[in-house]
Design a protein around this ligand. Structure first.
Ligand SMILES: C[S@@+](CC[C@H](N)C(=O)[O-])C[C@H]1O[C@@H](n2cnc3c(N)ncnc32)[C@H](O)[C@@H]1O
Length: 290
């Protein structure tokens, strides 16, 4: 079997280390809180039983465990938690879950466990630094699902707003740099804006989009804002620097910021210095295969 490019993820963020597992779990819990204490908007109990489901890029498997507990109870159900890295044994997992280490693009339609047209549900959260072709990812999801199967994509989208909804980030120079650098390494940090169209193009119906406010200022007390200010930003600013370096932009393309360090400084001044109430949007997009 030929292997597919796994994308840039493992060169951009730490993988398979306890500190990253802790960060991902903190992020999962904070996002769940902004979604009104929900991990999924899909009506999981209404899925067919036994249920076959996949979480792509499952991280620590925290949300996979929630998925397994919320589908109709049936010992014959099968939930695959797929990730490039090994999934740590941090969370009690019902025995309907199987961890699979691999690239979803290699597994889909090739590994006998991932037959096309055999799944009732496919979900992923926070793959923005991983997926280099959202349309191809959505098509792979379509192919894996049965007729009637559901997909639920959950992603943050670049673009920051003040408490009144006015965009603050229009003039942010590091963001202009990312617009140029992302495509050079295949990443689209504005991916969620295209989800609805790509889902329909792939053949999905009943596309529903909801957005939730992801507060980012250290002056806001919500778990998501405190997590962003103290845990995500120090990690993400390094990702920004690595994206700039990997993309190999010339000095003339760096918006006068000089080099990767200058781009990181601009990120820190704008995002880390954001006033109370500043938010970006967290998108949850669902659809059904007819
Ligand atoms: C930012 S983490 C998010 C993890 C988890 N969804 C969460 O919300 O905590 C992205 C995860 O996707 C995995 N990943 C990236 N590309 C992948 C691919 N092509 N197939 C499977 N997993 C992938 C990475 O190894 C990483 O664990």
């Amino acid at each position: 079997m030929s292997t597919t490019d796994e994308g840039p993820y493992r060169q951009l963020l730490p993988s398979n280390v306890p500190t990253e597992h802790t960060r991902l779990d903190q992020q999962t819990r904070a996002i769940t809180a902004i979604m009104g204490n929900k991990d999924f908007l899909t009506d999981l109990p209404s899925l067919p039983s036994p249920t076959r489901a996949i979480e792509v890029g499952a991280g620590t498997g925290l949300r996979t465990a929630v998925l397994a507990h919320n589908i109709p109870s049936n010992e014959e159900s099968k939930i695959y938690a797929v990730d490039l890295s090994p999934i740590p044994s941090l969370h009690a997992q019902p025995n309907t879950i199987e961890f699979v280490q691999g690239n979803i693009f290699d597994l889909a339609g090739h590994d006998p466990r991932f037959g096309l047209g055999t799944f009732d549900f496919l979900t992923s959260r926070m793959l923005g630094a991983a997926i280099t072709d959202w349309k191809a990812y959505i098509r792979a999801g379509f192919d894996l699902l049965k007729s009637g199967g559901r997909i639920e994509l959950q992603e943050a989208c670049f673009g920051w707003y003040d408490g009144e909804g006015n965009e603050l980030s229009k003039g942010w120079r590091w963001l202009q740099v990312m617009r140029k650098a992302g495509p050079k390494i295949g990443l689209d940090f504005w991916g969620p804006l295209t989800f609805s169209g790509s889902l329909q193009e792939a053949g999905f119906v009943d596309v529903e989009t909801q957005t939730f406010k992801w507060l980012i200022s250290k002056e806001d007390e919500d778990a998501i804002a405190q997590y962003t200010a103290h845990v995500l930003n120090p990690t993400f600013v390094e990702l920004v620097g690595r994206v700039v370096q990997k993309a190999g932009l010339g000095e003339g393309e760096l918006e006068g910021l000089g080099d990767a360090e200058g781009v990181k400084r601009d990120y820190m001044e704008t995002v880390m210095g954001a006033p109370k109430g500043t938010y970006c949007n967290f998108w949850v997009v669902r659809a059904r295969k007819p």
